[in-house]
Design a protein around this ligand. Structure first.
Ligand code: PRP
Length: 186
């Protein structure tokens, strides 16, 4: 789905499909170099559901061998995400012992999800663990997360598309766009 199909449901496009693809290709080249000498496939860990698009594109853009696995997590507690308490809904299938792991995310907002996830995955004995996130909102960050690969910093606005949803909608928008307030304010 492209932004035109959404009419006034979005106010502006922040990054076009072409910009996202170009940035992912650049990052893929860095990954090819950084992980060139591995004696095993790099393990890409995608965080459902938002990371589906970036994972699919990044995995196809790299030239090194990769394995892919997925986690689904949910924040809970009062104010949902602000608690920083995360529950595993779906765990990895692959054992992390001795693996080189790259977590793949669509967005780093407060950073609470990723900081919890890094700690959790580190405890499983991987050889290395790094993060690639397509988007980051610097103004929203509460916990600094070491991010080896970053697509774009974006303003602290309600964005959808390229995996990001509002009430499960708009994940299939091919760009990243700001959602019109009238959509979520009713
Ligand atoms: C989004 C995103 C990250 C998290 C980032 O997931 O995919 O996992 O929020 O937020 P944080 O930095 O404030 O922790 P969400 O919980 O919306 O689930 P989804 O991927 O299924 O849409």
């Amino acid at each position: 789905m492209d932004a035109q199909a959404l009419g006034n449901e979005i106010t502006r496009v922040v990054h076009t499909a072409d910009e996202l693809a170009e940035r992912i290709n650049q990052i893929a080249k860095e990954i090819d170099i950084d992980y060139a000498d591995l004696d095993q496939p790099l393990l890409l860990v995608g965080v459902l559901k938002g990371a589906v698009m970036v994972m699919a594109d990044l995995a196809r853009a790299v030239s090194i061998p990769v394995h892919m696995d997925w986690m689904a997590v949910s924040s809970y507690g009062s104010g949902t995400k602000s608690s920083g308490v995360v529950r595993i809904i779906k765990d990895l299938d692959i054992d992390l012992i001795g693996r080189h792991v790259l977590i793949v995310e669509d967005i780093l907002d407060t950073g609470l999800t990723l900081s919890w996830l890094i700690k959790n995955l580190k405890s499983r004995g991987p050889k290395s663990i790094e993060v690639m996130t397509m988007l980051r909102k610097p103004e929203a960050v509460k916990v600094e997360v070491p991010t080896k690969y970053l697509g774009f910093d974006i303003p602290n606005e309600f964005v959808v598309g390229f995996g990001l949803d509002y009430a499960e909608q708009y994940r299939n928008l091919d760009s990243v766009a700001v959602l019109s307030p009238h959509v979520y304010q009713g």
